[in-house]
Design a protein around this ligand. Structure first.
Ligand SMILES: *Cc1c(COP(=O)(O)O)cnc(C)c1O
Length: 398
């Protein structure tokens, strides 16, 4: 035996905080109790019980994606694995792809296109703006694009691509398959896959759906599926091969051992969405996000993105120059047990409004924690005005 002495470690209880932190960042988000308890169950990955679960997950996912396509599948992996599955299956080596780039996640799609041998052309969207349909139309004129990629919400800088419907229509009319990343937005705002002519919708578990990280969902349109069935270039990814995944998700046969607990968790997350219904869920998110945004501004802080391009699912806050965003996060976590996010290198803060984050009790605790941490750091903050404004917006329901 080369290493005869086992390592000595401390139990998990001594690592985790006594009281769970309230997860109000850009994901993962808090999960409902039903989701957590489903996640603690292990069942056989093949057989009647799992088949029933899979059938229901697909039926519910179709409602959430607003599609009649039967090519809806789970992906064992982060949302990035679902992104890679869309790209790897729809982009053959040499294919021209137009990637609309607003920030980290939309650029990740472009990067993935390059890695599978696609010829990527990037449309770089100016900072703090959403992608414009006329700019996309201009690029598409060059012709020859087979795939178009974009995000619905760019979590990294909190921009909402509000012209997505128009952009997808353009993509389709130029013969593109439209790939849309709806990781932070799905079930927090409308996404109508069929009506909006989207060919692949990608989502993760840990954001809008309020499930666990590591088990994701993807839906392919019938157009996307005919392309996948006909494609002749070999698929370099075995796990992410949609035709192999279809063996499990459609034919109930073995591909790889599915993450059964995570799929049970996803089942419960989707069921709670169906119980709530999409219109009511969208409204809850819209009101909660508006209340939080109003409260933050009334407190004396500025939001990062102007209203016309602002995402509701994740709110970006400009941190005053003399204050360090990381110190604010540290204070909020230590003193108030509330976790929010920084950003990739910018002095901003991000607060999520996805799934369970959009609950009034979570909003008050978060806004209070933010305001009092800012005050401790010397910020000129009117905390009572912020709380009052939030209360007012919640009560008026606008
Ligand atoms: C979080 C996020 C991702 C990546 O999700 P992972 O689960 O970390 O891979 C991709 N796109 C968007 C828009 C996101 O918000």
């Amino acid at each position: 035996m080369k290493f005869p002495v086992p390592p000595s470690v401390i139990p998990l209880d001594n690592i985790l905080p006594d009281e769970p932190l309230l997860m109000m960042g850009a994901g993962p988000v808090p999960i409902p109790h039903k989701v957590a308890s489903a996640n603690s169950v292990v069942i056989n990955h093949l057989g009647d019980t799992m088949n029933k679960v899979i059938d229901q997950v697909k039926i519910m996912a179709r409602y959430v994606f607003q599609t009649s396509s039967s090519h809806v599948m789970g992906v064992s992996g982060p949302a990035s694995a679902a992104m890679e599955m869309a790209i790897a299956n729809l982009v053959q080596p040499g294919a021209r792809v137009l990637s609309v780039c607003n920030g980290v996640f939309s650029r990740r799609l472009a990067e993935m296109v390059g890695r599978v041998g696609g010829e990527v052309v990037r449309l770089e969207v100016p900072e703090k703006e959403c992608a414009r349909a006329d700019a996309v139309a201009e690029m598409l004129k060059d012709g020859g694009f087979q795939v178009l990629t974009l995000v619905q919400g760019e979590t990294s800088n909190t921009v909402w691509n509000r012209e997505l419907v128009e952009i997808c229509r353009l993509g389709k009319s130029h013969g593109c398959l439209n790939v849309v990343d709806a990781v932070c937005t799905l079930s927090t705002m409308p996404m109508e896959m069929d009506d909006w002519l989207v060919d692949a919708v990608i989502t993760g578990g840990q954001k809008g759906l309020s499930s666990i990280p590591g088990v994701s969902l993807i839906a392919f349109s019938n157009d996307a599926w005919s392309f996948i069935e006909k494609r002749n270039a070999p698929m370099v990814h075995w796990c992410l091969d949609a035709r192999l995944a279809d063996q499990f998700w459609d034919k109930k046969a073995y591909h790889y051992t599915a993450p059964v607990s995570g799929i049970l968790a996803l089942h419960e997350a989707l069921r709670l969405i169906c119980d709530e219904t999409l219109p009511i869920r969208f409204r809850r998110h819209a009101v909660c996000s508006a209340a939080l945004q109003g409260g933050i501004e009334a407190m004396g802080l500025k939001l990062l993105i102007p209203p016309e391009a602002r995402l509701n699912s994740v709110i970006g806050i400009t941190v005053p120059e003399e204050i360090d965003a990381n110190q604010i996060r540290h204070l909020m976590s230590e003193l108030h047990k509330v976790e929010i996010s920084g950003a990739f290198g910018l002095n901003i803060l991000r607060i999520g409004q996805m799934g369970e984050q959009s609950r009034t009790h979570n909003l008050f605790r978060t806004l209070h924690a933010l305001g009092s941490a800012m005050r401790l750091e010397g910020g000129k903050i009117n905390l009572p005005a912020g709380m009052a404004e939030m209360e007012r917006i919640l009560a008026s329901g606008v």
